[in-house]
Design a protein around this ligand. Sequence first.
Ligand code: MG
Length: 162
Amino acid sequence: MQTIRHIRIGNGYDVHRLAAGLDFWLGGCRITHTKGCVAHSDGDVLIHALCDALLGAAALRDIGVHFPDTSSTYKSIDSKKILAETMTLVRAEGYEVGNVDTVVCLQSPKIAAYIPEMRQTLAGVMRVSETQISIKATTTEGLGFEGREEGVSAYAVVLLTK
Ligand code: MG
């Protein structure tokens, strides 16, 4: 049995603007929608919040430090690659993931039907069990930028152990 010496918590938050005619990527999956996220990368807010939570738990700064949006390397990059690289950084410090809990805030479309695919996708990229990954969704009752469908936000908390 693993003896846990360190338990670390991290949190992450991300926002992207929505615009018509762009692909909408969330949790590593393509969502059918009339809008998508405006971003240097593919604009996957859920993965970006998750990466910041992972980096935060390991005190490894933030996603902007490791994957700058001024770098052509990350132009239109599949955020699953950013997540895989983030996991490499976290594991290099000796950490393993305990669990991940996330919330996506958007008014539409409903994403409940995509959540099983997102969990499976993220678990595969992170090389953890789906049971360690929770994805929740909420509207903001029409309030704020999410409610006006101008943007989407995501929150993530992560527990790391070693
Ligand atoms: Mg982002």
